[in-house]
Design a protein around this ligand. Structure first.
Ligand SMILES: [Zn+2]
Length: 203
C-alpha cells in the first residue's frame, strides 16, 4: 500500500472484519499548537473519508475520534471539528462517531447537539449563511423563511463569495477553514424550514 498523506483517505478491503466491507485509512494531523492548520487537515480527513465511502457506495460509515490519542489533538476541539465535518456533508445515510471512553462520548454528544452560531464582526448581529450559485428548491424555501442569504441578495457589487451576512448588509468570509461550518449552517437552516429533526445520534 502506498503511504497515506495527512488528510487523504485510502480504502482497503476489510479482510476478516465482516460485515464491514471496506476499511478507510486516513492520517490525522499531529497537534502542533493549533496554528499549523490542524483543524482544516482534521476536517479534510473526515470529508475525504466520507467522499471515498460514497464512491464505494457505502450505506454507513463509522469513525473513531481521529488524532485525539497519541497525535495530541485536544479532545473537545476534535469533537467539534468532527461533528461539524460529518454534519456538513449529507452524503452517507448512517454516520457513526465512535467513542472509546465516556469523556469522548459526552464531548461528541454535546458537539453534535450544538447549532452553528455566527456573529457579525462589524455590528455584532447574528449571521445567516450564504448560498452561492443556483439554490436548490429547499435552499430557496429557507431563503424565503429568512434563514439564509442567496447570491442575488448581494452579487451585484461584489466579486468575492462571502460565507456570512447579517441583517445590516455586512458580508464576510472566514476562509476555507470555515466552509464546513457554513455548509452545516445551510443544512440546519433547510432542516428548520422543512421541520425536520436534524439531530444525529451517537452510539
Ligand atoms: Zn453586521
Amino acid at each position: 500500500m502506498a503511504p497515506c498523506e495527512p488528510d487523504k483517505a485510502v480504502a482497503t478491503p476489510a479482510f476478516g472484519l465482516a460485515p464491514v466491507k471496506h476499511v478507510i485509512h486516513a492520517v490525522g494531523p499531529v497537534w502542533e499548537g493549533g496554528e499549523q492548520g490542524e483543524d482544516l487537515v482534521l476536517t479534510n480527513c473526515y470529508l475525504n473519508s466520507l467522499r471515498l465511502a460514497e464512491e464505494l457506495e457505502a450505506g454507513s460509515i463509522a469513525f473513531p475520534a481521529i488524532s485525539t490519542d497519541v497525535y495530541g489533538f485536544p479532545a473537545e476541539r476534535a469533537a467539534k471539528t468532527a461533528a461539524i465535518a460529518v454534519r456538513s456533508l449529507a452524503i452517507i445515510d448512517e454516520i457513526r462517531l465512535v467513542a472509546f471512553d465516556e469523556e469522548t462520548r459526552d464531548l461528541l454528544r454535546a458537539a453534535l447537539a450544538e447549532p452553528v452560531r455566527e456573529w457579525c464582526p462589524t455590528c455584532g448581529g447574528e449571521a445567516r449563511p450564504t448560498v452561492n450559485g443556483c439554490p436548490t428548491p429547499e435552499a430557496g424555501a429557507a431563503w424565503k423563511a429568512g434563514l439564509l442569504a442567496l447570491a442575488w441578495d448581494f452579487s451585484e457589487d461584489r466579486d468575492d463569495e462571502p460565507q456570512w451576512t447579517c441583517g445590516q448588509e455586512h458580508y464576510w468570509s472566514n476562509g476555507p477553514g470555515d466552509e464546513c461550518r457554513r455548509q452545516m449552517a445551510v443544512l440546519d437552516a433547510i432542516a428548520v424550514t422543512l421541520g425536520e429533526d436534524h439531530g444525529r445520534s451517537v452510539p
